[in-house]
Design a protein around this ligand. Structure first.
Ligand SMILES: [Cu+2]
Length: 133
């Protein structure tokens, strides 16, 4: 069972829930989604993402401009104490590119969030079918 670990000193008390990746058959890019909760007393800043299955990974933000959906890099994701941030379809997401192979439903994608100050958070994101959302 997941629980928040409170205000202990040491590693950033960031918790990830509900991670998943949308399958994108036949292409080498995919988007990963998850919910991040900061259970600590200090802000936590995610400064990057890595995945063993992707040559490149970064946080993107989807924005609507004049009715057109576009994505742009979101370099730093700051999460205030007690705050929950959702990376979900239509908003923030982890963009995985240069995938080692197309992702099939049921596969487990390892993600590593890089935190300001040198910490990391490992997350496993299962792949859901293309229509999931
Ligand atoms: Cu993107």
């Amino acid at each position: 069972m997941l629980s928040c670990t409170g205000a202990a000193a040491g590693p950033a008390p960031l918790i990830a829930h509900d991670a998943w990746v949308r399958a994108t058959p036949g292409v080498d890019v995919a988007a990963a989604y998850l919910t991040l909760h900061n259970g600590g007393t200090r802000a936590v800043v995610v400064i990057g993402v890595r995945s063993a299955l992707a040559g490149h990974a970064m946080i993107h933000e989807t924005a609507l401009n004049n009715g057109q959906s576009s994505m742009r890099p979101h370099a730093r994701l700051s999460i205030a104490p007690g705050q929950t941030v959702r990376l979900e379809p239509g908003g923030l997401h982890v963009m995985l590119s240069m995938l080692a192979h197309p992702l099939a439903p049921g596969e487990q994608v390892p993600l590593q969030l890089l935190l300001e100050g040198g910490g990391t958070l490992a997350v496993i994101a299962p792949v859901r079918p293309p229509g999931a959302g």
